[in-house]
Write a protein that binds this ligand. Structure first.
Ligand code: SF4
Ligand code: SF4
Length: 235
């Protein structure tokens, strides 16, 4: 149990300057969704009982709401570094009687962590670069080959078992789907892909990736720009 969960005041990450923690918290609060997602906290724990991640991880949506309602800069920083990737973004916590949205708060904090290129965030997302590549470039992420144990150590023995049965998985999900060129898997049509690329550019999501993975960013950007130029020429 962490010190602050036991009710003690702890100076989390004392080597990080207070100004930096405050700057990040300000960026979180400046998000226009913030005031819609946080109205204070009764500490009733209803969100915790609804939260699947709270069952399996050292994680609590109540802590997210409490730390923010109390404007506890140290705890918010700790959440940004350690907790946000444990949330499954299922939004079961929105049954909160105070009408908080802890999962929504996590979304905001994640965006701030990515936008600021926080090293711990880069480390966490490293294993997902192949997933991001597949989803953003091909419109789907079906590929058994992406599930490598070294990238998903926190999935435990399950992912090792998956790798051992790769032959069966490849038969179920054809290997060619890695490149999105098979009719046996779900294929995203070209018009939809162009729309997706446009949305990701316009919303700044492509740019966000630059902060966590420069190589992936260049790959996505160049391919998408080429496709968008071709689509413009065709119109
Ligand atoms: S959105 Fe996150 S915090 Fe909310 S219930 Fe789901 S996993 Fe828990
Ligand atoms: S359900 Fe709402 S009020 Fe209750 S602990 Fe969770 S965030 Fe606080």
């Amino acid at each position: 149990m962490r010190a602050w969960e036991a009710g003690k005041q702890a100076d989390c990450y004392p080597h990080v300057a207070r100004e930096e923690k405050e700057r990040l918290f300000r960026e979180i609060k400046d998000d226009e969704r913030y005031t819609d997602y946080l109205y204070g906290c009764y500490e009733c724990g209803i969100c915790v009982s609804a939260c699947p991640s709270a069952r399996f991880y050292n994680y609590s949506p109540r802590v997210i709401a409490q730390a923010m309602a109390r404007e506890d800069t140290d705890r918010v920083y700790e959440i940004l570094i350690e907790d946000i990737w444990n949330c499954a973004q299922c939004f079961s916590c929105t049954r909160c009687p105070r009408q908080n949205n802890p999962g929504g708060l996590v979304s905001i904090i994640r965006e701030v962590a990515v936008r600021n290129g926080i090293q711990e965030t880069r480390d966490v997302l490293q294993g997902y670069s192949r997933v991001i590549y597949k989803v953003m470039l091909k419109g789907n992420q079906v590929s058994p080959d992406m599930l490598q144990p070294e990238f998903f150590a926190d999935w435990g023995t399950w992912v090792e078992g998956f790798t051992k049965n790769m032959r069966e998985w490849r038969r179920a999900i054809p290997l060619e789907s890695l490149r999105g060129v098979t009719d046996a898997s779900w294929r995203t049509d070209h018009k939809t892909l162009v729309e997706l690329y446009t949305i990701w550019f316009e919303t700044g999501n492509v740019e966000l990736i630059r902060e966590v993975d420069e190589g992936l960013y260049e790959l996505l950007k160049n391919t998408m720009e080429e496709e968008l130029e071709d689509a413009e020429d065709e119109d």
